[in-house]
Design a protein around this ligand. Structure first.
Ligand SMILES: Nc1nc2c(ncn2[C@@H]2O[C@H](COP(=O)(O)OP(=O)(O)OP(=O)(O)O)[C@@H](O)[C@H]2O)c(=O)[nH]1
Ligand SMILES: [Zn+2]
Length: 208
């Protein structure tokens, strides 16, 4: 495994501890139900551990997705196109690593190609590969930029994430309207304020 793959695939589970079995994971859910004050044997909750484990497979599938592979296929036949390629309003559904509470929002991602481009869906898939993990918003934002930068060597990458953290809206400080905005800029986006401002203006475009 090379350094890039190691950094972005985040095979975070310790190699010396085997992955728990599905039955162990379901038992952990039964424990949490008991901790919450209910009876995991009652009819409505009997299948809940199975459902929760299945939901975890979906919410955390990013640990099994490799951004390097996602960005592996390039297209060079684009008439020398070298301006910004930007995707706005990419849905972000993640979970905070502190409370395992949902982080819901959107991302805008742009890059300045150096000859080659990638299929635009791959950018959305890279956002998913990192959002479907236990995250902080800052880490996720930086990882998306790093992956595109390292895999494609573009002239610059810009990532903007605007999200609500349910650990802040439904518990704790209970501020239901607070949004968190994070940005990462590399290359020409970092060096050129005008380019950054153009990116930020396009981020603010209303959703169609
Ligand atoms: N920087 C950052 N903090 C986050 C993110 N998601 C959640 N948090 C914060 O992580 C912090 C964890 O704080 P702790 O004091 O350890 O935990 P806590 O007692 O549950 O904190 P409260 O949420 O303030 O009740 C809280 O301030 C959360 O708001 C994130 O993506 N980035
Ligand atoms: Zn949290």
């Amino acid at each position: 495994m090379d350094a890039m793959t190691d950094k972005t695939t985040l095979a975070a589970a310790p190699a010396d501890t085997p992955r728990p079995t599905r039955e162990q994971a379901e038992e952990a859910v039964r424990t949490l139900i008991r901790w919450a004050g209910d009876d995991p044997r009652r009819e409505g909750l009997i299948e809940t551990p199975k459902r929760v484990v299945k939901a975890y497979e979906e919410w955390f599938r990013g640990y099994h997705e490799d951004p390097v592979q996602i960005l592996g296929k390039r297209f060079e036949d684009v008439q020398g196109y070298d301006d910004m390629v930007m995707l706005t309003h990419i849905d972000v559904e993640s979970h905070c690593e502190h409370h395992i509470a949902p982080i819901l929002g959107t991302a805008c991602v742009a890059y300045l190609p150096d000859r080659a481009v990638v299929g635009i869906s791959k950018i959305a898939k890279v956002v998913e590969a990192f959002s479907k993990r236990l995250q902080t918003q800052e880490t996720m934002t930086a990882q998306i930029a790093d992956a595109i930068n390292d895999a494609m060597a573009p002239r610059g990458v810009a990532v903007f994430v605007d999200a609500k953290h349910q650990c802040m809206t439904t518990r704790g400080v209970h501020h239901p309207h607070v949004s968190t905005i994070t940005t990462t800029f590399t290359g020409e986006f970092k060096a050129n304020a005008e380019l950054r401002e153009r990116f930020m203006r396009l981020c603010e475009q209303p959703r169609r």
